[in-house]
Design a protein around this ligand. Structure first.
Ligand code: COS
Length: 383
């Protein structure tokens, strides 16, 4: 544990109150404006939420995985756009640096990521390389003391706001293996596409990142050596998948609370609908599934903190929790009936927002593949 029990409880209490009192009341506005108010961004910075997972020596809170997922349970209880704002700095945008960056690279960027002064993005996905991340085509050609990047990255979360990109590209100096590069916004040859129009998660932004003869110093390769980028990406995703799972749990718990409260106040056939067993079944199924996901996430986070490799279990969590919140959101719409379908109640917004969880940081099908492949490998190793 990074924090003592009392400090951790205080942090959870602060985040929980911040979510309830400051963020939840803004959900409709953020969705309508497709933007998080500047004052709220500053409050999020002041709370230290950009640096949850960044080590203390670089200005972050340095939370353990268990502590991080417990904070994520709280953050999940509101529109995911708020979480997305801090998501890349805590997850896929910073963890490559934390895991594999040189000391100089960490000192240069992590303190500003921890405060939220700098936003980071993880540029892996391409138009032709989504689930098959290893087939990416962006190239990194060595030219003296420089590297020249060419290619297009797609659906890159927070790219419109990012000051730093971790870019995955195929290097000629490492027999076509993938390397990760730290590229700053404003570098000539780096341009952004228009902001994508999405099904949900308004207030969180993605866009293409285009490299056209973008020259960066050769020292911008993440870590000491070329050719290790794919492993870095996979390790970053192992961690990110746990964080996303915890967000799914938080959202499910929020939807269950809203559904219960609606079912207890909405009267039909002369009784609150919560009295009807068919509604009770919907509530109970959601509660049991959310509880199962919470337990899985905590158990896997604790195992990671003990130093265990959790690639398989993190994939199990991501698969189960993201599918679970999809079912819970669907039941929440059903319990709310016509009101669940109307924009004024906000439930349909969560239903759309939740859909992304089964897709990003590895689709459900990719999690299945990771789980089964690891099972087969372990069985072969044990034989
Ligand atoms: N940790 C460390 N290294 C890992 C790893 C992990 N969790 N998973 C794989 N690797 C390593 C392997 O050990 C292998 O290393 P060597 O080349 O040294 O042997 C290398 O990475 C390639 O692994 P593998 O052969 O399994 O790669 P594949 O291309 O067959 O498939 C999947 C890998 C499908 C699992 C990967 O492409 C993936 O996760 N895809 C989804 C991508 C994703 O989540 N995209 C979302 C974008 S970010 S929002």
């Amino acid at each position: 544990m990074a924090l003592d029990a009392e400090t951790m409880e205080q942090l959870l209490d602060t985040v929980s109150r911040f979510v309830r009192d400051r963020l939840v009341p803004l959900e409709f506005k953020v969705a309508a404006d497709d933007a998080i108010p500047g004052a709220i961004k500053q409050e999020i910075r002041d709370l230290g939420l950009f640096g949850l997972s960044i080590p203390v020596e670089y200005g972050g809170l340095g939370l353990s995985m268990e502590e991080e997922v417990r904070v994520a349970f709280e953050l999940g209880r509101t529109s995911p756009a708020f979480r997305s704002l801090i998501g890349t700095n805590n997850g896929i945008g910073s963890q490559g640096l934390v895991l594999d960056g040189t000391e100089e690279q960490k000192r240069k960027y992590l303190p500003r990521l921890a405060t939220g002064e700098l936003i980071s993005s993880f540029a892996l996905t391409e138009p032709e390389a989504g689930s098959d991340a290893a087939s990416l085509r962006t190239t990194a050609r060595r030219d003296g003391d420089h590297v020249v990047l060419n290619g297009t990255k797609r659906f890159i979360t927070n790219a419109p706001h990012a000051g730093l990109f971790t870019v995955f590209a195929r290097t000629d100096g490492s027999e076509g293996k993938i390397s990760a590069f730290l590229v700053e916004a404003g570098t000539p040859g780096l341009t952004l596409g228009p902001i994508d129009k999405k099904m949900g998660q308004s207030g969180s932004h993605t866009c293409d990142v285009i490299f056209d003869d973008c020259r960066i110093p050769a020292s911008a390769v993440l870590g000491e050596s070329e050719g290790r980028g794919f492993q870095t990406a996979m390790r970053v995703l192992d961690r990110g998948r746990l964080h996303i799972s915890a967000i799914c749990v938080g959202m499910a718990e929020r939807l269950i609370a809203d559904s219960l409260s609606y079912a207890m106040s909405r009267t039909q056939f002369g009784e609150p609908i919560a009295q009807f067993q068919l509604i009770q079944a919907l509530l109970a199924d959601s509660r049991a599934e959310a509880y199962a996901a919470r337990c899985m996430v905590l158990e896997t986070a604790r195992a990671k903190d003990r130093g265990k490799s959790v690639s398989t279990d993190a994939a199990c969590c991501k698969m189960f929790a993201s599918e679970m919140v999809g079912r819970v959101a669907d039941r929440a719409v059903q319990i709310h009936g016509g009101a669940g379908y109307m924009m004024d109640y906000g439930i349909e917004r969560f239903y759309r927002d939740a859909r992304l969880f089964r897709i990003y940081e590895g689709t459900t099908q990719i999690q299945q593949l990771v789980i089964a492949r690891n099972m087969i490998r372990e069985a072969k190793n044990a034989a």
